[in-house]
Design a protein around this ligand. Structure first.
Ligand SMILES: C[S@@+](CC[C@H](N)C(=O)[O-])C[C@H]1O[C@@H](n2cnc3c(N)ncnc32)[C@H](O)[C@@H]1O
Length: 222
């Protein structure tokens, strides 16, 4: 498939105020008291073993960034594999819970972020940017903003593992099945290429009994 010339591949950025509003709309419900966290924790080991870890084959876990880490159930799986683990979340209360969970382990950095950028993370160091069961709710503008940041923070050859929505039935994630945002397998691949990332593999999958609701994408910085 032919690529767009570089001169038209990049777009005018979405205004920061619009990104902030979109990030808040997706981020506000996930306060630490949300019952999701206690319900999700016990199923992580099975999801990791059966779904996530096999999809991550060939990835370098030297420096992992867990985007939208929540209460750290993914981080608990990643920590034994990583030399450096950067935990990022828009909700200060969730990062506080991760701090209590993992303490002052020198491998771990904790960041409360804007919800649309990774400005505290230096460029070119992350070998795996990881996001599971969170980007499914993100507005497509926020997804694209994070793709641009992934391109910046990833080391050459570094990868981004993104679990995202494949739902096009509506535009309000809070009204959608399993709170999925409008997004697709093809749109993710298109945005990734525009942000300078190549698509290594994608896997459409069912979620909560909804056929093809979600997609796993593995992207690479050349
Ligand atoms: C459904 S929870 C999933 C948490 C974790 N990934 C897991 O699997 O347990 C969604 C998480 O995304 C965070 N979040 C929502 N929007 C965000 C954004 N734009 N940027 C960073 N974190 C965000 C929320 O605070 C919450 O911790």
């Amino acid at each position: 498939m032919a690529d767009l010339p570089d001169s038209v591949a990049r777009h005018a950025p979405v205004p920061e105020a619009a990104l902030r509003a979109a990030a808040a709309y997706a981020g506000d419900p996930w306060t630490p008291e949300n019952p999701y966290f206690a319900q999700a924790e016990p199923v992580m080991a099975r999801l990791w073993a059966e779904l996530v870890h096999p999809f991550l084959r060939g990835c370098d876990f030297t420096c992992v960034l867990d985007l939208a880490t929540g209460h750290g159930r993914n981080a608990a799986m990643l920590l034994p594999l990583a030399r450096r683990l950067i935990l990022v979340d828009i909700q200060p209360g969730n990062i506080a819970i991760c701090r209590r969970r993992f303490g002052d382990d020198p491998r771990i950095a904790y960041i409360v972020n804007s919800g649309y950028d990774l400005r505290e993370v230096p460029s070119g160091r992350v070998t795996l940017l990881y996001c599971f069961d969170a980007m499914v709710h993100f507005d497509s503008d926020v997804v694209r903003a994070y793709l641009a940041e992934a391109r910046r923070v990833l080391a050459p050859g570094g990868r981004a593992f993104l679990h995202h929505s494949n739902y096009q039935g509506g535009h309000d994630w809070r009204a959608a099945p399993h709170s999925r945002a409008f997004m697709s397998q093809a749109l993710m691949a298109h945005y990734a290429r525009k942000e300078g990332l190549s698509v290594l593999r994608q896997q459409v999958m069912d979620w909560g009994g909804e056929p093809g609701l979600d997609c796993l994408s593995l992207l690479e910085r050349g």
